[in-house]
Design a protein around this ligand. Sequence first.
Ligand SMILES: [Zn+2]
Ligand SMILES: [Zn+2]
Length: 332
Amino acid sequence: MKAYTLYGIGDLRYEERPLPEVRPGWALVRVLAMGICSSDIPRIFEKGTYHFPTVLGHEFCGQVESVADETDKTWIGKRVGVFPLIPCKKCISCQKGQYETCSNYDYLGSRRDGGFAEYAAVPVWNLLELPDSVSNIQGALLEPAAVALHAVKQAKITSEDKVCIVGTGAIGLLAGQWARIKGADQVVVKGRSEGKRKLSEACGMEYHVSCKGGYNCVIEAVGSNQALEDSLTMADAGGRIVLMGNPDGDRKFSQELYWSILRKQMTLIGTWNSSYGSPESDWTEAVQTMANGTLTVDAVISHLLDLPDLEEGLEIMRNKQQPYCKIVVKIS
Ligand SMILES: [Zn+2]
Ligand SMILES: [Zn+2]
């Protein structure tokens, strides 16, 4: 099979590889579509994966080709979304079913081989059947959609809330959509330039390049000092700030900004990954909301590429010379 394998920092190879081994309890999934995550860029070019070589890719969907166990035979031929986190199922979080905070997890596409390939091995437990109304391309966006929902749930949004999303990445725009679905009175996206106005408006949200205050819920969806500063500045007294963006380095607060957290009695809320494995989980809600057309994930797709051109997508995201949002790669 063809796969994108990381052999070292900056050493990504599109190569021929043997099919992954399918262990008991696992399935072989023929990958149909995959999304490039912004976390893949530092993973490839700066930090690397946990060991080399690793097939990258944690946002993907596919069709079950084969299974190791007789009892899993009913999965064969089904189109599936893939929860990329493989929990230990032993730690305290796992015992509570809060797999996203597992303290000893494995992860497709960073800790073990993932889905930037024609085939991927996935535990059957991590497969979620896709309804016919969810396309392959939409199926590849299930992971970011669930992550965005998870963040919005942390914010406990009500119809009283005026929400500002700081940042225009795919997860930010999806979080904005979720905030509207959850009934927020107003949802505004704050970007840095005019480049993302059209995409944000296509997601049904007001777009602002400069934003002052007036929000009681802010979702920080960048992971930079500037975005955190903007978020704290825009939140009203008593406001909640959901910290969603992966930090690009250490955070520094000016004394004045720190004072504002105290004086405005703000609540800072962390969010991580997404919940999975129960009917109330983010993944189940994401797939249902996608299937009934309420969540329009297609609106965040800026580029659609074929598998041999995946590196073009990485370059677009790395050099930031043109506006982009979600870059999806399809096979078929
Ligand atoms: Zn991701
Ligand atoms: Zn665990």
